[in-house]
Design a protein around this ligand. Sequence first.
Ligand code: NAD
Length: 483
Amino acid sequence: MTIAIKSSFVDGAFVDLDSGADILENRNPSNPGEVVECFVRADQHLTEQAISAARRAQPAWARSNPQHRADALDFIGTEILSRREELAALLAREEGKIVREALGEVDRAGRSFKFYAQEALRAEGEKYQSVRQDVGIDVFTQPLGVIGIIAPWNFPIAIPAWKIAPALCYGNCVVFKPAELVPSSAWALAEIISRSGLPGGVFNMLIGPGRSVGDTIIRSPEIDGISFTGSENTGRQIAKLAADGMKKVQLEMGGKNPLIVLDDADLEQAVDVALNGSFFSTGQRCTASSRVIVTEGIHDAFVTRLAKRTRALKVGDALQDTTDIGPVVDGRQLEQNLSYVASGREQGAKLVCGGERIENEAGAYFFKPALFTEVTPEMRIYREEIFGPVLSVLKVRDYDEAFAAAEDTAFGLSAGIVTTCLRHAEHFKRNSSAGMVMVNLPTAGVDYHVPFGGNGASSLGAREQGTHARQFFTRVKTTYQLA
Ligand code: NAD
């Protein structure tokens, strides 16, 4: 079988493939011998060309008819939804998310574009009377300019969609860099966008490494804003460089999300919520619950039931209907999971089940979801983001202790509680420091039309998604006029 070689999209066209170029192989984590597709890596020079193309296109796009923007976004959303099965299978092959979850992700991407198609037509502005006689004041928003979008590998189509759609909607041009582990979904999205009627240069996509392509985007004086999702480390570097360049940034980073389970919880519901939030999508979600804080009255029953359900999860090929948990995304992430399991044991936690690689002929990165008890707050498995299906259970006395434990983190993305007590649910919703709080629901799994984001080391800058996205992708202008 011949394997397609694909390339970046710059100034309205996919760039020519020149021989001898640096080739990136996209491999299937359920079967690493299988190359899904190959890509020519972009370099610094091509990145500079894409940024210049976006800069040239920006003034006209900023003034473009909102109906044009709405139609283009609607076209993209409609096509994504109509090809949902094909795109979900591609996503499952390159990232390892099971097809059921991949379908959900593709739907979310399509709906984000459709949401912003409507949003493009929503006029926004405020009128004030001046404190000076006969002066009128208009306040309105303008596009931010050229946006660098840098995405992680764990949501290969939804994260790019929820950044690109609002950027274009509010009149910005885009230079988008997907993660190198998932270029195929990004390329499929770019191919759809290439037929949506956008003028050349408005949207550009570069497949290449963070240290060259990403770094060039971040340092470029022609970039006005950076919307980044990825690890805390990379986010910190970007924040520093952006501050030097006086660029606006929106950073979505890691999490160590707590789930509290109280004595009064419905046991089966608590187990469902923990299982879903901690292990689904192979635990590779920034909103995954990796710490479950359980009060002592329900602790033993909860652990027994959760262990039974965890052992029953079927780990396997992402494309098979019977699979509950797909593979870890690559060998490096698998090693990271295994080293955290070793660290948990060394520091004295009890491994109740899982935590090992499932050996197989294909070399797939299958890993059994791990459940730790007898965890203490200073352990690394309890404090650091693992980004895999490794769950730590902390036993506490009561709600007050549970609340204090939940708050004991530098992160602040998502937090959950399972309880039938209205007072504790309300207290938690109001007082948790996380940006998103769930009651009787998994910490992961959010809607596309409302703000998304966190606090502390998890997020910096304006919220993503919904109408709140306008705050990042526009700047405010105040005008005064004498009557
Ligand atoms: P990562 O930081 O390694 O990479 C993210 C992106 O940044 C990639 O495209 C990468 O190529 C690029 N990059 C890396 N170094 C760069 C540099 N020096 N300059 C510019 N760009 C650079 O993260 P990852 O491993 O792809 O993703 C996993 C992380 O993402 C986890 O920490 C997870 O919590 C986080 N995440 C957060 C959210 C959220 O919304 N908060 C959502 C999904 C994932």
